[in-house]
Design a protein around this ligand. Structure first.
Ligand SMILES: [Zn+2]
Length: 328
């Protein structure tokens, strides 16, 4: 893969900061959500036409538009915004981005469509999870998506990008309305949050480290396990994670991810009857994760591990608490 800005693109051209080019005309654009290299919008280009997979939040939109410009792709050439789910770090900017892409339509799970057309409930739910101060800093204004530009995608529906087909697969577990997109040209899959998160800071000799994301409020371990299996059954040569970018070695990562989900669930069950389950299980989730990093061969300092992973661990604990409360 080529990190533009580090070595420059393969051919002479503009330096594009925060854009990574993978094989098969797939790009990861850093949305700079929270910190660098945490949240990607992917761009696929085929015969001069383009599709975004996830958009990041509204503050990312100028970055996505300048990436298009730097790659010499007109906003008129974008046919699709393919959303994996409507959590705002994936979809918050979709309405605002559409206003700049006159020929694009937006694809979303049928359960998510109404919330994009009228985002009031989505905004309220996100404020409840993150609090108002964080919400205002990270998400900004959420623009509604006009109904005539919304495509609610049944399971197994297909979308054409200049002869390159993307197949939508429903994958509940992280959220009920989650779906992934199989790039039938390459076999690669854009998995949103279904196949977990893998920060490049924890790569060891090119080997990725992976963790589940069990964010509130719809985490369901059995559904997630089934969805991970559904992804693995397609034998993708590469997976494109919103958090963060392209990973290979998929069978090994799938096994690691399923083991991590099982371990998180076991910890959550043991803290289920605590007064405040999330607070109670946090230290143990962190300890398990750091032990897994040790086994992976990671040598990152403890302070850096905490800085990079504690926010996810807190959200994961909150989502596990929501799950154990549903079980009661
Ligand atoms: Zn999510």
């Amino acid at each position: 893969m080529t990190e533009y800005g580090a070595e420059g693109p393969a051919q002479a051209g503009p330096v594009v900061s925060g854009v990574v080019e993978y094989p098969d005309r797939i790009f990861a654009i850093d949305t700079h959500y929270v910190r660098p290299a945490l949240d990607a919008s992917h761009l696929v280009v085929e015969n001069g036409r383009a599709a975004f997979v996830d958009t990041g939040a509204t503050p990312a939109i100028p970055l996505l538009l300048s990436a298009l410009s730097d790659l010499s792709i007109s906003p008129l050439a974008v046919d699709w915004i393919l959303l994996t789910h409507i959590h705002l770090d994936h979809a918050g900017g979709a309405g605002a981005l559409l206003e700049h892409l006159p020929n694009a339509r937006l694809v979303v799970h049928p359960r998510g469509a109404a919330h994009l057309a009228d985002p009031a409930k989505l905004i309220a739910a996100t404020r409840a999870v993150y609090g108002n101060e964080v919400y205002d800093r990270l998400y900004g204004e959420i623009r509604p998506v006009p109904l005539d530009r919304l495509v609610a995608s049944p399971d197994e529906s297909r979308f054409d990008l200049a002869g390159r087909t993307f197949r939508c697969l429903h994958t509940p577990g992280h959220a009920l309305h989650h779906q992934v997109y199989l790039d039938e040209r390459t076999g690669g899959i854009f998995t949103g949050d279904t196949f977990g998160i893998s920060y490049r800071e924890f790569d060891v000799d090119g080997r990725a480290f992976i963790l589940p994301t069990t964010t509130p409020t719809q985490f369901d371990p059995e559904q997630l396990d089934g969805s991970i299996d559904r992804v693995l059954a397609l034998k993708p040569p590469a997976i494109y994670l919103t958090h963060y970018g392209r990973v290979t070695d998929v069978p090994r990562l799938g096994a690691d991810l399923k083991a991590a989900v099982a371990a998180y669930v076991e910890i959550a069950r043991r803290h289920a009857s605590a007064d405040q389950p999330a607070q109670s299980m946090f230290d143990e989730l962190r300890h398990w994760t750091f032990a897994a990093l040790d086994r992976h061969g990671d040598r990152t300092a403890e302070t850096s591990r905490r800085r990079l992973l504690d926010p996810d661990t807190r959200l994961n604990a909150d989502g596990l608490e929501a799950w154990v409360r549903r079980l009661r």
